[in-house]
Design a protein around this ligand. Structure first.
Ligand SMILES: [Zn+2]
Ligand SMILES: [Zn+2]
Length: 108
């Protein structure tokens, strides 16, 4: 785990360097583990910074026969929305992406 932590901080340092040079991350293939550090499409100056991910509450969208080996039971299919926001650290413009996450819950 210690090594992983070191790797992460190295990645963050790489982001800092990238920001300092104002280069989009995809211009460099040495930063493959950087998830998203694009330049702001609005001002072209700031960098899009990922905000804490927001999760909606789970809701039931259907049911299927149990996937856990219990032939008499049913499992619920649940979904929730996952909202990811990137905000420019220069002009404050934001880019919102909403995706759906699905899980199977044993219902019995
Ligand atoms: Zn901007
Ligand atoms: Zn089940």
């Amino acid at each position: 785990m210690k090594n992983l932590k070191k790797m992460v901080s190295t990645a963050l340092a790489a982001i800092m360097i990238t920001a300092g040079l104002a280069l989009p991350s995809y211009a460099s293939d040495t930063n493959e583990i950087v998830p998203y550090a694009a330049l702001c499409p609005e001002c072209g100056t700031g960098e899009m910074i990922k905000q804490p991910t927001e999760y909606g509450s789970w809701f039931i969208v259907g049911s299927i026969r149990c996937t856990h080996g219990d032939i008499w039971a049913t499992d619920e299919i649940q979904q929730r929305t996952v909202t990811t926001v990137y905000t420019c650290n220069f002009c404050g413009s934001s880019d919102v992406t909403v995706t759906t996450e699905e899980r199977i819950v044993h219902h019995g």
